[in-house]
Design a protein around this ligand. Sequence first.
Ligand SMILES: C[S@@+](CC[C@H](N)C(=O)[O-])C[C@H]1O[C@@H](n2cnc3c(N)ncnc32)[C@H](O)[C@@H]1O
Length: 274
Amino acid sequence: MNTNTPENPSAAGTAPDAASTPATPGGDAASTAVSPETRAALASTAHAPNSPGATHIRSFVHRRGHITQGQLAALERLMGAWSIPYAPRRLDPAIAFGRQAPTVLEIGFGMGETTEKIALARPDDNFLGVEVFNAGVGSLLRRIEDSNIQNLRIIQHDAVEVVRDMIAPDSLAGVHIYFPDPWPKKRHHKRRLIQPAFISLLASRIAPGGYIHCATDWEDYAVQMLEVLGNEPQLANTADGYAPRPDYRPLTKFENRGLRLGHGVWDLIFKRVA
Ligand SMILES: C[S@@+](CC[C@H](N)C(=O)[O-])C[C@H]1O[C@@H](n2cnc3c(N)ncnc32)[C@H](O)[C@@H]1O
């Protein structure tokens, strides 16, 4: 982690215009040409936990790490078409998606496997995926292209800031937070995303009647989620404790393996009260 680089929030998502960037057929060429903008975004430490200017404890460590040539090529080629740069001002979903439709926010989509399936299965909803991890963003961009997904946009930035700055109060139809980083060590619990202050902020962005759906395979995090969501006055549990997994959330490969090994998975679905 490098905390010496000045924060440059605009680096994330400032991808080149897709139209001005030559496509890389196949996307896996060994010598993917990378523009200065993509290189800057990849190298940015703007989102590091302790970067100067951070006003809250980050729920992630860094967004660098291994990235395949295909993911890199997708970032280079598709960011301009499908991502929305972070900016400290309200997003107008009708403009971002080119239509009026219920908007569901997904925080931390990882490699985007679940995001792709849900966006395809629910074409009448808009999905806004927020992730900090370069390889994950590259992976979801490839899925968008390969599956010709039209109802999905990406913001590559800390979701806490996206929710605070870009999402209007009472505006979201739903929020998905699937398998957030568990931060298992007690001294790291402060990095967990599901904390009272963030849930209060997030709940204020959900429209009355809208929902928040979390899932985790860490039992003690599930207990924390139930407590935090249960104590938030803007939310009401739709189940008596944990909820059955709804059909729209597909089982991931990782989750399937865990279930075969006898590990538990806990879903929580709360509604925003009026
Ligand atoms: C354990 S992974 C789960 C990924 C995916 N939801 C799944 O079910 O496979 C958690 C993801 O959340 C992302 N993440 C953590 N904190 C975040 C934040 N504050 N803003 C955006 N993404 C975040 C991480 O980069 C990581 O990809």
